[in-house]
Design a protein around this ligand. Structure first.
Ligand SMILES: *Cc1c(COP(=O)(O)O)cnc(C)c1O
Length: 820
């Protein structure tokens, strides 16, 4: 990323831009996110069109030190000593620059696309080929219209192989990626339903994907999937695999599971060959076969290929945030390490506010394609841009390049074992620790030592999905409409600071909690967004003001109490929010109260009204739309009177999640986004895939038992099987939030991909599942809800709403956060 240099004049020519260059500059880093600026001095910032307006981004990047910008023709920017290159389309310019850069190198390039498995296949090919090649590849799954150019930009003269994946979601996208990647060898992974909605039909999607290979010399793919596209394949030479068709180049005819490994036999060039895959789930096996075929197509011998595939390691592209020992937070990214993923991980570390102190444990970075001194100086620069208090380097290369580093507290160890020995002495406490290591350093041993052991029932929260959902709702708002994120009740059960950090970093405008304590907890973990408290008790006013929380005033007595409180302490202009009851009949001033309310507000120096709002009782329900319209009318009337009395501008808001979608005319100045953020909204059809469920609740099998027909199961002898069979006892019960109502076959869980019913009553910590006919053993994973088995489905099973399912998951269930 930092190893390429172009002068700003060259760049201007390459992207065919207008504008004036006021200062000579060298460009080595491409930047697209103003919150993630590294190497500002040699950075070129592309103002890509997005929700936040370009001017805001540019100002932020300028403050961070960036002086070179690619912007869309339009209103002029006037910033001293900054170069502005003017183009019609900054994204196209970014792509053109990457395509030019690619054309400067003669390396071999493998291009990968497909619906599923692109990243795994890319990472596995990297693992398989890294022994003989100096490889450049996409960081993580940077495979989009922006991710691909940033990936290709990393190519340097030492690389002799590029492995790049390309992902598309609609038509006319692949052409652009093809022009940037220009692969000579193509790999097509599994074709599934992902992104079907972006295409007229499956055929159109596959044809679009095949565009990646239009100038390739060879294509590796699944014979069965390509069968209908023989005429459309733009490549002369193919290398195919199949489990069904003998004509495929690699014909897999036998598959056996041997102690969680997968043993395959196949015909290849009229000979029988074999391969042992160290995974047994279907997706991994298919991806591994794709790699097997690719290795053979590249000319590796069957024996050598088998040897390498046997050593394939799990690919984890996700960071995991979890609780650590001594009140630490641990960010675990112990499976791969390169400059780009280090940058992403450091950025995530930077988003954490819950502890002042930040520590980085980093291993040597292997196979970066750079000279060691150059590499570690770049690492040091990268670390320097983040506020790291303590640096712990592991490995001989880091030890040898200690001189590059200059942090307040730093230690170096020759290997992981040496660090583990000293782990106690380093006394980790009240800090956020990023653990980032290349696989061979086995940093999972460090992570095991520093993270709290999770009870075997955990709820995983996907922060990328949370962000996806936030952006989905933002896309429904007119520019300027603010977002208040509802994080009451531990963010609907999904977390406290972990979720709030994400929301703060992504610039929501307000947070709302139910009680003062919840707001205090957020402040204590470094959240500085304005926070509205829906239910402020008078007894908590001290805490409320101490932590700068903003109360909702919903009644005259609460108003009186608060005015007396502020008067006594001489507090002036304290921000408050007024709640109007327009028909929900829970909390709030009613229409007939408005006049007296206005009298109390008039000239009141002690408070300042920040916002006026009301809550819709049935925003999601068509049959109540007339009622909703009445609520809207009442609200507008009350608001008008209050605003007139106050004589200053206040924020007006009404819509909750379903209101955002169904009542766009009532967005006013702000919306209050709740359950939609967490991936649930009945007014958005699930088929559109716009919302992503953010939570996965999972547990494990404690014991498996054979049960004869007639035997009874659980308390009250409530369960039995019709025929002889078996049950699995799993580690979740009503004390974890899996309600008793799910017992006796009402609830279902996913075991080995199959839905199985509960049997008998749910007990406090355990419950039993009918797993007759399924190959289950102790320790196997069991899913209660996830992206497949939705929370909505569970709610239907027991006649409740998704809100209750989510918030019921008890605090005993550990939360683990993922981010990629
Ligand atoms: C909880 C809450 C919301 C959010 O409702 P969702 O349906 O989850 O979007 C909005 N406003 C108020 C006052 C709330 O209490």
């Amino acid at each position: 990323m930092h190893s390429n240099q172009y002068s700003i004049h060259e760049v201007k020519q390459i992207i065919n831009a207008g504008g004036n260059i006021v200062k000579d500059c060298t460009i080595s880093t491409l930047l697209t996110d103003s919150r993630r600026i590294s190497n500002a001095a040699e950075g070129l910032f592309f103002a890509l069109s997005a929700r936040r307006n370009g001017h805001e981004f540019i100002a932020e990047a300028y403050v961070a030190g960036v002086r070179n910008f690619v912007v869309q023709q339009g209103p002029e920017f006037n910033l001293p000593e900054a170069n502005f290159l003017l183009v019609d389309n900054p994204l196209a310019a970014l792509q053109a620059l990457a395509a030019y850069h690619r054309s400067q190198f003669k390396l071999q390039v493998i291009g990968i696309t497909g619906s599923n498995g692109k990243t795994i296949v890319k990472e596995w090919l990297y693992q398989l080929l890294a022994a003989d090649k100096n490889i450049v590849r996409n960081p993580k799954s940077y495979n989009s219209q922006i991710g691909v150019p940033l990936s290709v930009w990393q190519i340097n003269s030492r690389n002799d192989l590029g492995i790049f994946e390309a992902g598309i979601s609609t038509i006319n996208e692949m052409d652009k990626l093809q022009a940037i990647i220009k692969p000579q060898i193509g790999v097509l992974t599994h074709i599934g339903p992902a992104h079907d909605e972006g295409f007229a039909n499956r055929r159109q999607k596959i044809l679009e994907k095949l565009q990646l290979f239009k100038n390739a010399k060879q294509l590796i793919g699944h014979y069965d999937e390509l069968i209908d596209y023989q005429k459309d394949i733009p490549v002369k030479e193919t290398f195919t695999w199949s489990r069904k068709f003998k004509v495929a180049d690699l014909y897999v005819f036998s598959e056996t599971v041997i102690s969680k490994k997968y043993y395959l036999r196949a015909y290849y060039q009229q000979k029988e060959i074999e391969c042992l895959i160290p995974f047994s789930d279907l997706a991994s096996v298919e991806n591994a076969i794709t790699c097997w075929a690719t290795m053979l197509a590249l000319g590796y011998s069957p024996a050598e290929t088998d040897k390498r595939i046997e050593r394939l390691a799990q690919v984890s592209m996700r960071l995991e945030l979890k609780n650590g020992v001594n009140n630490c937070s641990v960010i675990d990214d112990s499976y791969n390490s390169d400059l780009q993923s280090l940058e992403i991980a450091l950025n995530f570390l930077g988003q954490q506010n819950q502890h002042q102190k930040k520590t980085l444990i980093l291993s040597d970075i292997l196979q970066s394609g750079l000279e060691q001194d150059v590499l570690y100086c770049q690492v040091a620069t990268l670390i320097g841009t983040q506020k790291i208090d303590r640096f712990i380097g592991v490995g001989n290369a880091l030890m040898g390049n200690q001189a590059c580093f200059n942090l307040p507290e730093q230690y170096f160890f020759k290997d992981t074992a040496a660090l583990l020995q000293q782990l106690k002495a380093l006394s980790f406490k009240d800090e956020t620790i990023l653990i980032k290591g290349s696989r061979s350093f086995e940093f999972e041993r460090i992570s095991r030592a520093l993270a709290q052991k999770a009870h075997e029932t955990i709820m995983e929260i996907n922060l990328n999905s949370l962000l996806n959902n936030l952006n989905f709702y933002r896309s429904k708002l007119k520019p300027g409409v603010k977002v208040m994120a509802m994080v009451k009740a531990f963010s609907y059960g999904s977390g406290t600071f972990e979720v709030a950090n994400m929301l703060q970093y992504n610039k929501v405008d307000y947070l709302a909690v139910a009680y003062v304590d919840e707001g205090v907890a957020l402040r204590q973990t470094g959240i500085n967004l304005p926070i509205m408290v829906l239910n402020p008790e008078a007894s908590a006013f001290d805490k409320l003001t101490e932590y700068k929380l903003e109360p909702v005033i919903y009644s005259f007595s609460l108003f009186d109490d608060f005015i007396v409180y502020t008067q006594d302490r001489n507090i002036l202009n304290y921000p408050i929010h007024l709640k109007i009851d327009t028909g929900m009949h829970r909390l709030g001033f009613e229409n007939l109260d408005i006049e007296s309310l206005c009298d109390m507000l008039e000239q009141n120096r002690y408070i300042r009204v920040q916002s006026v709002f009301s809550h819709l009782a049935a925003s999601e329900a068509v049959q109540h739309d007339e009622f909703t319209k009445k609520q809207i009318k009442r609200f507008e009337k009350a608001f008008k009177e209050i605003e007139k009395t106050l004589g200053y501008k206040v924020i007006r808001h009404l819509c909750n999640t379903a209101g955002i979608i169904r009542w766009p005319s009532a967005h006013y100045d702000m919306v209050r986004l709740g359950i939609g953020l967490y991936g649930v909204d009945s007014s958005v059809p699930q088929s559109e895939n716009a919302l992503k469920p953010i939570a996965t609740l999972k547990t494990s099998v404690a014991q498996v038992k054979k049960i004869a027909a007639g035997d009874t199961i659980s308390y009250g002898r409530s369960g039995s099987l019709l025929k002889d069979g078996k049950i699995a006892t799993v580690r979740i019960g009503y004390a974890d939030g899996y309600l008793r109502a799910f017992g006796n076959g009402v609830g279902k869980m996913l075991v080995k991909g199959q839905l199985v019913p509960t049997v008998g009553n749910i007990t406090m910590d355990m419950c039993m599942l009918d797993v007759t006919g399924i190959d289950v053993s102790e320790g196997d994973e069991v899913i209660i809800f996830d992206e497949q088995q939705h929370i909505e489905e569970l709610a239907r099973q027991i006649g409740t709403i998704p809100y209750e399912i989510l918030t019921n998951v008890s605090q005993r269930v550990k939360r683990v956060y993922f981010y990629e």
